[in-house]
Design a protein around this ligand. Sequence first.
Ligand code: FES
Ligand code: FES
Length: 155
Amino acid sequence: MTVPLQIQVNGVPRADEVEPRLLLVHYLRDVVGLTGTNVGCDTSSCGACTVLLDGESVKSCTVLAVQADGCSVTTIEGLACGDQLHPVQRAFHEEHGLQCGFCTPGMIMAAVSLLCETPEPTEEDVRRGLEGNLCRCTGYHNIVAAVLRAAKEQR
Ligand code: FES
Ligand code: FES
């Protein structure tokens, strides 16, 4: 059985038929073909699947695609403006905020949401704001530096 789904993904309206049990992350990866959003766990704990749902960050492995019906989703692929990286993407590049890069799309989406809510964060705010996103490589130091740099550049 499938149900209709109407959704905007990175500003593009879509109409699809999906199984009611399909998770948003699998919809984005397997139906829409946007594989920048990663799946890193099966326990809702890693944050690699973070996207923006109507501007709020969510772990897309915890949301059914049908729950996003009528909503707008932004993934990592929707952040840059042509050749221009989003300030958070640029800051991750400049501060070396990644190594293997697996956590990076989710980390960046969580950071974008954090900076919308808290445009002038302290280091503590950044660490708390990203506590739902795990990185096995960097030790977090450069990620925090990147988010603080992006905050400064966005002001
Ligand atoms: S895949 Fe790990 S929290 Fe979603
Ligand atoms: S850069 Fe490898 S998991 Fe974060």
